[in-house]
Design a protein around this ligand. Structure first.
Ligand code: ATP
Ligand code: MG
Length: 266
């Protein structure tokens, strides 16, 4: 994994709740997400692992590197809160290439994305338990016509589980796709074929490679647990890929089936 030393901190990017920082390293600008931010280093594990898995599915993300932040690095922003964040973030942090000219994806852009790409994104978010790709918060950007996925920080929720990870835990679908922006492609006849295709691309070596990029200091759990959890989640039954059909249109919500049947027979 490419690692660069941060030469200068320019400012905090207030667009993100995790207070990403704009920094300079090797004469380029990077968006740095810090291990000392409120979300903690687990969010950085999720970012890096998911970006790797996205690449294996042929999806695009901004270039990712590790940023080594040293004490007393010059900064243009003297804000106290920022100083606290920097003090808490000495060591390795996550850098993504700061995309000049990229624009945020908005919900009405859905039709610009071909169904197979939508399906790959929906499937990836199911595999990685990513709840953060909704109409309100799409977490994608356009660089010209290229679609880039950003912000996987909420994924891999299992790493925070207060109870020990059990055999059945990786299989559980979870609520991860209920509000997903691309939820409807899961109802297309091609979905099952796509599911098998995507699963075949995430080999054990791909998982291993994704985990090997992660610095030891960020890990919430043993490295092997992440790999084993995702590997088990990839195996049949992939419950996150068995998307339940939505409620039929016009069906009154909250009316129990027995009452509807009773009323229909009168
Ligand atoms: N690599 C990048 N280059 C340019 N702009 C970016 C890049 N990554 C993110 N942004 C911009 O910064 C915003 C916040 O980024 P991101 O969603 O990754 O941060 P976050 O702190 O996890 O945000 P939140 O939790 O508020 O969704 C994005 O909506 C986007 O506008
Ligand atoms: Mg975001």
């Amino acid at each position: 994994m490419n690692t660069l030393r941060v030469d200068k901190v320019l400012r905090a990017d207030k667009r993100g709740s995790s207070w990403p920082l704009i920094v300079e390293a090797d004469s380029r600008l990077w968006l740095m997400k810090s291990h000392g931010a409120a979300q903690g280093p687990g969010a950085l594990v999720a970012e890096l692992v998911c970006a790797n898995l996205a690449g294996a599915l042929g999806l695009h993300t901004p270039e990712c590197i590790l940023l080594d932040f040293h004490p007393h690095t010059p900064t243009d922003d003297a804000n106290d809160e920022l100083a606290d964040l920097l003090n808490a973030s000495v060591g390795l942090n996550l850098g993504t290439a700061l995309l000049d000219g990229a624009v945020d994806f908005v919900a009405s852009d859905v039709l610009r994305v071909p169904p197979e790409i939508q399906a790959a994104i929906l499937w990836l978010d199911g595999l990685t338990q990513n709840i953060d790709r909704t109409a309100k918060n799409p977490n994608m950007m356009w660089l010209g016509e290229q679609l880039l996925l950003i912000d996987f920080g909420a994924a891999l929720a299992f790493q925070y589980s207060a109870i020990p990870v059990t055999e059945s835990m990786p299989i559980q679908a979870g609520p991860f796709l209920d509000e997903h922006l691309f939820r409807s492609v899961g109802e297309l006849p091609e979905w099952q074929t796509w599911d098998e295709l995507f699963a075949s691309k995430i080999t054990r070596d791909v998982l291993k490679g994704a985990m090997e990029c992660v610095p030891q200091a960020w890990l919430q759990r043993q490295r092997e647990l992440y790999e084993a959890f995702l590997w088990k989640r990839l195996k049949w039954p992939r419950m996150y890929a068995e998307l339940p059909k939505p409620e039929p249109r016009g069906r009154a919500s909250g009316v129990p089936d027995w009452l509807r049947a009773f009323s229909n027979n009168r």
